[in-house]
Design a binder for this molecule. Sequence first.
Ligand code: ADE
Length: 220
Amino acid sequence: MYSMKFSILTLFPAMFESLLSESILKRAQENKHIEFELYDIRDFTTDKHRRVDHPPYGGGAGMLLACQPLFDCIEAVKKKAKKSHAVVFFTPQGKRLEQIDVEKFSEKYDEYILVCGHYEGIDQRVRDSLVDYEVSIGDFVLTGGELAAAVFSDAVSRLVPGVLGKQESFERESFSEILGRKREYPQYTRPENFRGMIVPEVLLSGHHQKILDWQNNKLT
Ligand code: ADE
């Protein structure tokens, strides 16, 4: 059955609709290589006004996602999760995600429970007691964790066996081990001459070793 599951905990589940219903991730779900389940954190609040946030103790700008809805939501998802799972929280304070981390994540667990924060963040007690990994997708600040969770699940999914076809192989791509973790070489397709811009001659030579040497020289 499915080799990888992503359970996404968010206040805005609709943000994932188009991402999951197009292209490679759509095909991979249909072929049962990956599975997504979305949870609306607000559905777990016990507050009669469906409130999920409060101002931080000690003052400061903005609101924090409170413990109760997050604890109840994460615990409910963990209860029905596969045996091998990890809870990931997205925050600019987390470890910056690199391809080598993506490779490890794609092999380490069968399910990821992805927690998307909003407002100014979440109550520290959730992070201390329920979160296994804190991940940042770069040194900039997003309005919420949704885009980071989308980046994480997309990058991990494409390394799950069967998700990419032969045509979309990930062996010789940017940051792969085989390319020394460097950025990929330039590529060209037909025509050979477009508006006077011509394809490097070596690529048309059919000389496999020379082509490999040229490509290796072009890694950055
Ligand atoms: N939430 C807000 N900014 C973020 C970032 N850069 N990475 C991960 N999660 C975030």
